[in-house]
Ligand binder design. Structure first.
Ligand code: PGA
Length: 252
């Protein structure tokens, strides 16, 4: 059975990229889009400092941009924070929320992720809400419960099939070159789907569930072809334009 919704490929550049070399990579990605017919959605989430330059070069490319985080507050005395409304003002359409690095290194709880997603939706951004289990949790046989709790607590009431994407990123697969087997990915996505189909309001389409964690040109195609995988969240392999375009081609 073919999939009903186009795949989405999201690049998470994390805290990488100075202006000149990053814009050279971005230009290569843009040229690829101008030459090839791409049938999947593509979002690049660079550091905040690159958004404005990218935004200027977006029109007519089909590429979308997004932030890697946003505050739960709309504006005000929150030194160092960036508001979802500021991202929207820079032509961002997406924001990654609750990435495991933010949960682990910056103590973001699912309750905070929920508030951030609510604000992002108010700013008309699409939230990419990340969930994932540790290796200990998987080995202990509690991965499903951990994911279900994160979903239950992180997804706000404002979520619907067009403003929310769920990213399943097993923490042990991020940056490790180790991935779950295809069966394990499909099983978890099927489990997540059964939960989000009930939790996220649908106006006709099922909410998209993307996989992230050591995705590269070598494994993108087989992962994205899995029935309940609707796209990919790519870290390291998105920093190089050639490898990223290769991945986009696999999902297209
Ligand atoms: P990775 O990172 O592709 O480098 O494993 C993925 C992520 O953290 O989103």
């Amino acid at each position: 059975m073919s999939k009903r919704i186009p795949n989405i490929v999201i690049a998470n550049w994390k805290m990488n990229g100075l202006l000149a070399p990053s814009m050279r990579e971005f230009k290569k990605i843009r040229d690829f889009f101008l030459q090839d017919l791409i049938s999947c959605d593509v979002v690049i989430c660079p550091p905040f400092t690159l958004l404005r330059d990218m935004a200027e070069k977006l029109p007519n490319t089909g590429i979308k941009i997004g932030g890697q985080n946003a505050s739960y507050a709309e504006h005000g005395a929150f030194t160092g924070e960036i508001s979802a409304f500021m991202l929207a003002d820079l032509m961002c359409e997406y924001v990654i929320l609750g990435h495991s690095e933010r949960r682990a290194l910056f103590h973001e709880t699912s309750e905070v992720v929920n508030k951030k997603a609510t604000t992002a939706h108010k700013a008309k951004l699409k939230s990419i809400i990340c969930v994932g289990e540790t290796m200990e949790e998987r080995d202990g046989g509690i991965a499903n419960e951990v994911i279900e709790t994160q979903l239950l607590e992180s997804i706000p009431d404002s979520a619907n099939d067009s403003n929310t994407i769920i990213a399943y990123e097993p923490i042990w697969a991020i940056g490790s070159n180790v991935t779950p087997s295809l069966d394990e990915i499909n099983e978890m996505h099927t489990y997540i789907k059964s939960f989000v189909d009930k939790r996220i309001k649908s106006f006709g389409n099922p909410p998209r569930i993307v996989y992230g964690g050591s995705v590269g040109a070598n494994n993108a195609k087989e992962i994205v072809n899995l029935h309940n995988v609707n796209g990919l969240l790519v870290g390291r392999a998105s920093l190089d334009a050639d490898s990223f375009c290769n991945i986009v081609q696999s999902a297209s």
